[in-house]
Design a protein around this ligand. Structure first.
Ligand code: NAP
Length: 507
């Protein structure tokens, strides 16, 4: 293992994979108050490449005390950042956008190294993630107040938007760049500062993004990155939720952890923005263009190898087109899903992120098959490629008693069910506590509007398998979360409305 990579001793270390390829923007220290720092304890943990299980580098394994230092730094920086003009904040965000765009290739290599996704998808994530910096650079200049007609003579009512303060930003591994920019772009535009805690599996992208923010002129303390292993996450999370200097907890991740953080945030009546797990239905009606639906099923299911919160989790297909759809889908999987390391030309599906996730996906499929489900294609781990690869799979004959029926799979397994009526499919689709993304394929205009109205989800895509962008409001209902990211509403998560009354105007 040692011979296959070399990590330099400086912070801005260089990495040589198999002695040939250099990874820029690789940092082995955390980032607090504009300094590249180790953990107070000096402990480190390894960052693993899931494609080959090799160690990429080690980063600080921080603890609660380090998180507290970071919150203090962000709190101190807030005193000046909140008083910058909207134009100044906009210009800095725009510079950060430009620097990230210029470094797309290097950022993408980091994402692929630590998350496993194919390089083309990593570049797509940079374009997507960076679009939030561009968007919020513009939005920063449109956070307007209101002067409201007063019910009293000689008095004036003014409503202004105030930044909330320090925001704790806790992010998952599946979109390690975009999940940060979607939050940090918005909160910086609003005049807030932050402490970012990236996932154990993907701290390097967060550190690279912070390095580029520093290059773009983001003042010290405005962005801080606290890295930690999974074992220290709860202690750090407690500080990030309960410290009195924190004004808001902005979390993207599982519903399970979201509930823990929401509980801790409630102690201090902190604002929360929660982007949690999904269980998206992908519904195909008889009027749909089946080839188009199958093409978009590939996007909705296999983007990031099924590890996306808005990934299609339940394919609900009308009985009249069931066979045609699954055959068209199968044909595309056989041709379009090429498993392998993300750095290899032509690969479209990388590994699953870690051992836990690999075991979970394999376990769900094994359970379903043992209870009568059929694998139309795939259905087992692809251990000949690596320990975390799983075949792109279609399962049919899935029944409610199988675990895979109701769970968020978060892997490359498409579960296909048959339905007969519109009412039946609405009931099945809504029979979950999740309510993030949903997909409907139909050419019947009335049906499209009915589905938009009847589906209990924060987002409904009609005839499309991809719905994420900076412009729409992204978010879920029920146990999929609270609040919206992107759009003009994204900055509202990080502001309070202040009411000022001007009285005695006649005196
Ligand atoms: P996760 O286990 O909830 O972890 C998310 C983040 O929370 C990681 O940084 C994790 O750190 C941290 N964390 C875990 N326990 C914590 C605690 N007690 N206190 C503070 N932080 C804690 O989720 P994941 O497995 O990384 O991501 C997959 C989930 O995210 C899926 O359910 C997916 O649907 C959801 N997701 C939702 C959206 C959305 O926009 N709605 C987007 C992407 C993903 P460690 O890694 O160190 O444990």
């Amino acid at each position: 293992m040692i011979s296959s990579y070399v990590v330099s001793l400086s912070n801005k270390s260089s990495l040589f994979l198999n002695g040939s390829r250099r990874l820029h923007l690789l940092n082995k220290n955390a980032y607090i108050n504009g300094q590249w720092v180790s953990a107070g304890s000096k402990a480190v943990f390894p960052v693993i490449n899931p494609a080959d299980d090799k160690v990429i580098t080690e980063v600080p394994d921080m603890e609660a005390a380090d998180a507290k230092t970071a919150v203090d730094a962000a709190s101190s920086a807030f005193k000046t950042w909140k008083n910058t003009t909207a134009k100044e904040r906009s210009n800095i965000l725009r510079k950060w956008f430009d620097v990230c765009a210029k470094n797309t290739d290097y950022l993408a290599q980091i994402i692929t190294a630590e998350s496993g996704k194919p390089l083309a998808e990593s570049k797509g994530e940079i374009a997507y993630g960076n679009s939030f910096l561009e968007w919020f650079a513009d939005t920063a200049r449109h956070i307007n107040g209101e002067v409201v007609p007063s019910p009293w003579p000689n008095k004036m009512i003014m409503l202004t938007r105030q930044p909330l303060g320090v925001v704790s930003v806790i992010t998952p591994w599946n979109f390690p760049f975009a999940m940060i920019t979607r939050k940090v772009g918005a909160l910086m535009a609003a005049g807030c500062t932050c402490v970012i805690k990236p996932a154990e599996d993907t701290p390097l992208t967060a550190l690279a993004a912070a390095q580029l923010a520093e290059e773009a002129g983001v003042p010290k303390g405005v962005i801080n990155v606290v890295t930690s292993s999974r074992k220290n996450a709860p202690a750090i999370g407690k500080v990030l939720c309960e410290d009195p200097n924190v004004g808001c907890i902005s979390f993207t991740g599982s519903t399970h952890v979201g509930k823990i953080l929401y509980g801790m945030a409630s102690k201090g009546i902190k604002r929360v923005s929660l982007e949690l797990g999904g269980n998206a239905p992908f519904i195909v009606f008889p009027s749909a263009d089946i080839e188009h639906a199958a093409e978009h099923a590939m996007l909705a299911k296999f983007r990031n190898n099924g590890q996306a919160c808005v990934g299609a989790n339940r394919f609900l297909i009308h009985k009249d087109v069931f066979e045609a759809f699954v055959q068209a889908f199968k044909k595309r999987i056989a041709k379009g899903c090429v498993l392998g390391p993300g750095t290899k030309e032509g690969v479209t599906c990388g590994p699953l992120i870690n051992t836990e996730q690999s075991k979970k996906v394999a376990g769900l499929v094994e359970d379903a098959i043992s209870k009568g489900a059929k694998a139309l294609i795939g259905g087992k781990p692809a251990l000949d490629i690596g320990s975390k690869f799983y075949e792109s799979t279609i399962l049919t004959d899935v029944k409610p008693e199988m675990k895979i029926y109701a769970e968020e799979i978060f892997g490359p397994v498409a579960v296909c069910h048959m339905f007969e009526t519109e009412q039946e499919v609405v009931t099945i689709a809504n029979s979950t506590r999740s309510g993030l993304g949903s997909y409907v394929f139909t050419k019947d205009l009335g049906q499209a509007f009915r589905m938009s109205r009847q589906l209990d989800f924060g987002m409904v895509a009609i005839n499309d398998g991809i719905l994420s962008a900076a412009e729409p409001a992204f978010g879920g209902i029920k146990e999929s979360g609270i609040g919206r990211e992107g759009s003009k509403h994204g900055v509202e998560e990080y502001t309070d409305i202040k009411y000022t009354l001007f009285s005695a105007l006649d005196k």
